[in-house]
Design a protein around this ligand. Sequence first.
Ligand SMILES: [Zn+2]
Ligand SMILES: [Zn+2]
Length: 410
Amino acid sequence: MIKQILIPLLLGCGVALSASALAKGPPKDNMIGGTLYPHGYTPMPIKNGVYPRVYVPNTEKLGKNEMRVIALGTGMPNVITGKQKASAWFVELGNGEKFLFDLGSGSMENLAKLRPDWHKVDKVFASHLHSDHVGGFAELYIGGWMNGRYKPLEFYGPSGAQPRLGTKAFVENQVKSWAWDIEGRRTGFPIEGGKVIAHEFNFRNEGVIYNKNGVKISSFPAIHILDGSVSFRLDWKGRSFVFGGDSYPNKWFIKYAKGGELVVHECFFTPENLGKLLGIPPAQAIFITSYIHTPPQAFGKIMSTVKPRHAIGYHFWTWHDIYDENLEAVRKTYDGPLTLATDMMVWNVTDEQVVVREVFEDENVAPTGTSAAYRSAKREPPSVAEKWISPDINAGKWKGYTPPPLPKPK
Ligand SMILES: [Zn+2]
Ligand SMILES: [Zn+2]
């Protein structure tokens, strides 16, 4: 009896409350220095170069010449877990610019934990089109759009040996395959944010492919299983980030990584480990690790030649035994500054120092929130959706439920 009375009361209350909350609108944007921060967070400058032991997202203000790099994914295509996603590297500069290098499978889950200003995560540089480097495409393209991006996603990547194997074809086919999803979201989300622009460049070329606001990004060839793997170098105000695409050790990387600050290169499994882990014959294990990838001793040799300010290796499962074996192998050929990266490691780079830490991670993350510019960006009214459901399906609407009325368009 009590239940029967309470339920309609609660339903009534709920509708009234949500309507008044909607009418009130969201609180004022927490916009600081042109970047949207989640409510309750104010980034503070680091004093005297002393950083907190762990990086709590959205609490630290980058210095004018500072660069922060976060490993969102360091693993492999075949086992994506909470512990290790596939390749993705988030680069943030003191001028407010943000860049993604790769967006491998599962990596956007780690990006969401940072609660970034999604509108500013709009530039991706893909080293090649393996799923462990671009498998998170839909999560960023569609998830980023729903989270606050109101301009097109800019996707940079190499050509292939044939047009069907290049970045342009990859992007076009992704967009086609998500047609149902994109079509249905037209009423809710900004029209421009639902677009993606493919910037395909020749995998063979060396040189600048991006040059804006003092940030230069160059591309140069890598040697992987097919034509169309590349590496990148970002330069800004004396800071640099070099990101190697999957590759056999190659001359271009040696040339472009020289004098680099943070230099990331794959540091794959030893043939013995890969053979054991995947249960494959020795010939295949040697071919995969040492002919289409770079095993640890070769990684060390590259870094000994390049002499970066700080070397970063990744692209293996960071289980204790494998981690130790890879580290031991690298140290046979390289004794300079080094991180073998795990997911959610952070590097802060200033004139004075390179600081290596971990992100303080939380699974209970809410969306960052959206900006006023996002909320007012042009979108289709709900009325366009009226004809999307066929009359016979519409006729099945249950009469026992009455939705709140839609506000009249302004
Ligand atoms: Zn890979
Ligand atoms: Zn690959």
